[in-house]
Design a protein around this ligand. Structure first.
Ligand code: PLP
Ligand code: COI
Length: 340
């Protein structure tokens, strides 16, 4: 029985669900993995994750479709990205089949927490890995734990009819090259102070520029960015210091193959942003959230969506992507993994 929750008004927060998946890596191999009801973790005081932040995560969602199936969107892409991150962090790779099996087990075990179709909510899945054993010299741990928990979520950004507001901060932030979600270093931990400042000033997020030259658009703290030009080309920043968003890659495919639009992944100088007619943030959590305004040291760029709250091309992209995820539009081969 689906849980009795006010799905339509659900925010983006942690809600404890029934089961989480746990697998341990020791002596060079992963154990079989199991489902656990215990949401707590006890660690040695010198565990590698606590001392040197040897840890990473992924983010993905399970959806209930129009024909009442439960599906995941491109979990193989999350498995591949996490493998890249693990290699960069000297962590063991979890084989792709094991990752996907763990995802399916976690969703099945928490099936009552998958929001009903049409509520706008989804079951967010957080696969993550961390260094378990004690280390004190600066070196990788030898034992690791991989987990997935599930939590039902609603919208990440609430832009209303004007879209979300961003600011260009005086802070640098870049993801280490070739990685996914790395928590410490230049990524999430370092984005916490600028995002607190942004929220105090009334902005939803920071739009970071590249750290090397501070001239080109990168991404925000929790989402990539796309723009639409006046002649309806979908443009997104080319950079190897942003998180390689699966949603963004999917949107660029949808733009080209479903909507017949031109797409470009290229360096985007901030000076060009005022020429664009639409801007939106994309990601698993963000989905595709329209941006209404960007402020940069006293200068504002406005995107006017004629009180629709969303640009024309952004709306088509959103409807097609979400339509694919919810089983209303036929998906490209391999994008939808049916859980049950
Ligand atoms: N950029 C950052 C910093 C993120 O945290 C996320 C969220 O996962 C994204 C981009 C979007 O990536 P994806 O579309 O794979 O969820
Ligand atoms: C996601 O969209 O999955 C993310 O990782 C964003 C997150 C920081 C909430």
């Amino acid at each position: 029985m689906t849980k009795n929750i006010d799905w339509a008004n659900l925010g983006f927060g942690y809600i404890k669900t029934d089961y989480r998946y746990v697998s341990n890596y020791k002596d060079g191999s992963w154990d079989e993995g199991t489902l656990s009801t215990d949401e707590t973790i006890t660690l040695n005081e010198s565990a590698g994750v606590l001392q040197y932040a040897q840890t990473c995560f992924e983010g993905m969602k399970a959806y209930r479709t129009v024909d009442n199936k439960v599906v995941c969107f491109r979990p193989d892409m999350n498995a591949k990205r996490m493998a890249d991150t693990c290699k960069r962090l000297e962590m063991p790779v979890l084989p792709e089949e094991k990752f996907i099996d763990a995802v399916i087990q976690t969703v099945k075990a928490n099936i009552d927490w998958v929001p009903p179709y049409g509520t706008g909510a989804a079951l967010y899945l957080r696969p993550y890995m961390f260094a378990y054993n004690a280390v004190i010299g600066v070196k990788p741990a030898t034992e690791f734990q991989f987990r997935i928990f599930a939590t039902p979520v609603g919208a990440y950004f609430k832009g209303g009819t004007t879209g979300v507001a961003l600011r260009v901060p005086d802070f640098d932030r870049a993801a280490p090259r070739g990685t996914g979600h790395v928590k410490a270093g230049l990524n999430y931990a370092m984005s916490l102070h600028p995002v607190v400042e942004a929220h105090k000033q009334g902005y939803a997020e920071n739009l970071y520029l590249d750290s090397a030259t501070r001239t080109n658009v990168e991404e925000t703290g929790g989402a990539n960015v796309i723009f639409v030009t006046k002649d309806n080309t979908v443009v997104t920043p080319k950079s190897n210091t942003i998180l390689p968003s699966i949603t963004r890659r999917s949107l660029m495919y949808v733009a080209e193959k479903y909507l017949g639009l031109k797409t470009e992944e290229r360096v985007i100088p901030y000076s060009e942003v005022k020429e664009f007619k639409e801007c939106a943030l994309c990601g698993t959590a963000a989905v595709l959230s329209p941006v209404g305004r960007i402020d940069n040291n006293g200068e504002s760029i406005h995107f006017d969506y004629n009180s629709q709250g969303i640009g024309e091309v952004t709306k088509k992209l959103y409807d097609t992507l979400v339509g694919i995820q919810l089983g209303k539009i036929e998906a490209p081969e391999g994008w939808i993994r049916v859980v049950e």
